[in-house]
Write a protein that binds this ligand. Structure first.
Ligand SMILES: Cc1cc2nc3c(=O)[nH]c(=O)nc-3n(C[C@H](O)[C@H](O)[C@H](O)COP(=O)(O)OP(=O)(O)OC[C@H]3O[C@@H](n4cnc5c(N)ncnc54)[C@H](O)[C@@H]3O)c2cc1C
Length: 399
């Protein structure tokens, strides 16, 4: 049975993350966002120190040993201040470290997972390419086996943490097999000759985050950097996205809360027609919709988290949580702007930043159109549930 009561440890974790971001990050986030300056060099060391970066990774791999609900709590607190903070958890922790936890060999775990879980090294995820995002089976980056090495060539685009990561999970076509069976996954160190990164500017949102391109030109890596088997890259990518989407959904809860909290404050402060605008029922309707979005999304996120804790396949439930929570977050930011009137349109208030950031989440880690297709394929029985049955290690304390 799903138990929604948080443990004392979870409450302490949530409160420590909230204290840190409210005290150290919130006062300067607008400045970073407006200057389009990456927060990451500043926040990553402290996040590592707090144990946030390996929050759901077992202690034996250097993590903090919390469960997936705890991961959601951290994401919510981070995104309440800014989406760029939560992106770190999605990319480094969920897409990279959780994937290593599930798929890496013992040696790979020792070399990559343990330092990542402690925040000493940063991992990123390179799937999207200039020619394809949703259509993963069509990636063009190639890996050719030459003796004890693979040689990689291609370009990965829209890669979060491109400029700050120490290593990347790179998905590439290998061998002659077409479609999803011909995709493999590799761990590629940033310092490999032939690997270069560049950072994008002028994004609509996530402006305090680092998003860029990873170019691979004749990058030679030892064969032991292959993650899983040569034919398992697509499956690895999908299991990674099951975790990444969960963190996006959980982060959206923080985004809704930020919009709601600002709107409650303004509804009490702002006067019109001789009374605070909160007294108007049409303002209350906006607030009621925002609260409904939060409550419904929270249940979906916790349900997905509960399934993850049991090690039960959760692709459909996670997709539902991601689709609904990110739509509600966009809607909440939109309503918050409306409640603030012209001030909501102003760069002096954070609402326009919330709205710009919320737009990213309906696109990244699988667009919301793709999330709807996932629902349809399960509803109609086109997907067989057992395919990804063991997509996640179940959470057992101390494991
Ligand atoms: C801020 C940000 C950070 C990101 N970080 C990363 C990262 O770290 N690593 C990484 O690999 N990628 C990352 N991405 C890329 C992201 O995952 C892709 O943008 C996303 O998967 C969509 O791919 P696309 O942009 O190529 O859109 P496309 O796939 O070209 O889609 C364009 C439109 O067509 C729709 N569409 C496509 N196929 C279908 C279909 N079958 N049915 C109905 N509609 C369809 C889409 O929903 C969308 O509306 C990031 C993106 C952003 C914005």
């Amino acid at each position: 049975m799903i138990d929604l009561k948080l443990s004392e440890e979870q409450i302490m974790l949530r409160d420590s993350v909230r204290d840190y971001v409210e005290r150290d990050v919130a006062p300067k986030i607008d400045e970073y966002d407006k200057a389009q300056k990456s927060l990451y060099p500043e926040v990553l060391p402290k996040m590592g120190e707090l144990g946030i970066l390996g929050v759901c990774i077992p202690e034996k791999y250097g993590g903090a040993g919390f469960d997936y609900i705890s991961l959601a709590l951290v994401c919510e607190e981070l995104e309440r201040v800014d989406t760029s903070l939560r992106v770190i958890m999605s990319v480094h922790t969920a897409l990279s470290s959780c994937t290593l936890w599930r798929w890496a060999s013992r040696d790979q775990k020792e070399k990559y997972l343990a330092p990542q879980a402690q925040g000493k090294k940063i991992g990123a995820f390179g799937l999207t390419e200039p020619g394809c995002g949703s259509d993963v089976a069509n990636i063009q980056t190639r890996a050719v086996r030459e003796g004890d090495e693979y040689v990689l060539n291609g370009t990965k685009q829209w890669i979060s943490l491109a400029d700050v990561a120490d290593s990347f999970l790179i998905f590439a076509r290998v061998g002659k097999e077409k479609g999803v069976k011909g995709i493999a996954s590799f761990i590629v160190d940033k310092e490999c000759p032939g690997l270069t990164t560049t950072s994008f500017h002028n994004k609509l949102g996530v402006r305090a985050g680092d998003t860029g391109e990873v170019s691979l030109q004749n990058v030679r890596i030892p064969a032991e950097k292959l993650l899983g088997k040569e034919t398992e890259g697509f499956k690895i990518a999908m299991t990674a996205l099951d975790n990444g989407r969960y963190t996006v959904a959980a982060g959206a809860l923080g985004s809704i809360r930020a919009s709601l909290e600002a709107s409650i404050k303004y509804s009490h402060e702002r006067k019109a027609f001789g009374q605070e605008i909160g007294k108007f029922q049409l303002i209350q309707e906006h607030l009621a919709y925002m609260q409904a979005g939060y409550d419904q999304s929270q249940l979906l996120v916790y349900k997905a988290g509960w399934l993850k804790n049991q090690g039960i396949d959760n692709t459909r439930e996670t997709g539902m949580a991601k689709w609904q929570a990110t739509n509600y977050a966009s809607d909440a930011a939109n309503r918050a702007i409306q409640i603030h009137g012209a001030m909501g349109f102003s760069g002096d208030f954070p609402l326009e930043r919330y709205w710009r950031n919320a737009r990213a989440n309906t696109i990244l880690e699988g667009t919301n159109e793709i999330q709807k297709l996932i629902q349809g394929s399960f509803i109609l029985g086109y997907r067989r549930k057992p395919d990804l049955r063991c997509s996640l290690p179940s959470y057992k304390p101390g494991e």
